[in-house]
Write a protein that binds this ligand. Structure first.
Ligand SMILES: [Ca+2]
Ligand SMILES: [Ca+2]
Ligand SMILES: [Ca+2]
Length: 329
């Protein structure tokens, strides 16, 4: 029975693969316009049964990815995005002692990891497991888990999560908005005191605090000129807190190990999923740097330790920006 069972398992996996990754938790996109039914109903207020809600000949999903409104025709801009990023506080169970009181980096990484797994909520225990793993990795690599700068954070994301991380210096508001339009949350690094968030007791540099802070940008609102964020340090209103564009951009600073202060360059981390597919094509690719590699079968996919739930649907326009590398072996 053991041998036969193994054979059945291999055949079953093969069939599932041939059927197009039905294991992957891909959300239903009834009208095949690149936005899932849930996104259309909950985020963009478009018609999940009409691929071109505003009848301007451009698909709803294509419009969103290029920053145009899927609800207003002509060249109307997409004035608001609010991605479904699960909220995780840096002290998930409200225990503000070490290492949790310094865990804005781990909470930010956890939100990115869980977002690309398609989760809109995360249990406290689950968040703590991921964050604890990240504490341990940092202790092993650098001997400390406090004050991880952009470089360390990007390294941890690239090596230990289902997401890619890319450091970007001196971003503009438009650069960040473009990422959000592609459904990519952005990690931002701050001299926290300058964020002037009354719910976070930052100690200014003049009184010896580093005020180094990290959070996740999940949306924008042009009407009010605000970013919509998941603020890791705000225990009252962290989920969907809003910051004025100018105040937010002025507070961007990386941590500088030479000065032990958050007075480095203005810096953010762009993110994307490592495992992607198009909405109407079963082919799954592994993307990293500027390369996309086709994963030819389920056996190879599973042997890499990958998870179907981490496969994200992307637009053809975005996938086309990657060069085709060798197939994954
Ligand atoms: Ca749709
Ligand atoms: Ca639609
Ligand atoms: Ca349209």
């Amino acid at each position: 029975m053991g041998k036969n069972f193994l054979l059945y398992l291999i055949v079953a996996i093969g069939l599932i693969f041939a059927a197009g990754f039905v294991f992957a938790k891909i959300e239903k996109d009834t009208d095949k316009d690149g936005l899932s039914d849930r996104e259309e109903q909950q985020i963009y207020n478009t018609d999940p049964l009409n691929a071109d809600s505003d009848k301007d000949s451009y698909l709803d999903g294509v419009e969103v990815s290029f920053g145009f409104s899927p609800l207003k025709d002509n060249q109307a801009k997409l004035t608001k995005v609010n991605l479904d990023v699960p909220y995780i506080n840096e002290a998930p169970d409200n225990n503000w002692t070490g290492p949790w009181k310094n865990a804005c980096e781990e909470a930010s990484m956890a939100m990115i990891e869980k977002y690309y797994f398609g989760k809109s909520t995360v249990a406290i225990s689950e968040a703590k497991v991921f964050m604890s793993t990240m504490f341990t990795k940092q202790n092993t690599i650098w001997g400390t888990n406090a004050d991880s700068d952009a470089k360390r954070t990007a390294q941890l994301i690239n090596d230990y999560t289902v997401a890619n991380a890319k450091i970007v210096d001196n971003p503009s508001v438009e650069d960040i908005k473009k990422e959000l339009q592609q459904k990519h949350p952005v990690i931002s690094l701050h001299y926290g005191f300058d964020l002037k968030n009354p719910n976070i007791p930052f100690v200014p540099a003049s009184r010896g605090g580093t005020s180094y802070h990290m959070l996740v940008i999940k949306g924008y609102d042009d009407e009010n000129k605000e970013f919509i964020v998941n603020d890791t340090g705000d225990r009252n209103e962290g989920d969907g807190y809003r910051y004025d564009y100018d105040l937010f951009m002025d507070s961007l600073h990386d941590y500088d190990f030479s000065t032990h202060k958050a007075n480095g360059p203005a810096r953010v981390i762009f993110t994307s999923a490592k495992l992607v597919k198009l909405t109407d094509n079963p082919k799954v690719f592994y993307v990293h740097d500027s390369i996309k590699q086709y994963i030819p079968n389920a056996t190879i996919f599973l042997a890499k330790g990958w998870n179907w739930d981490a496969v994200n649907v992307v637009t053809k326009e975005w996938l086309d920006t990657f060069q085709l590398g060798e197939d994954i072996k």
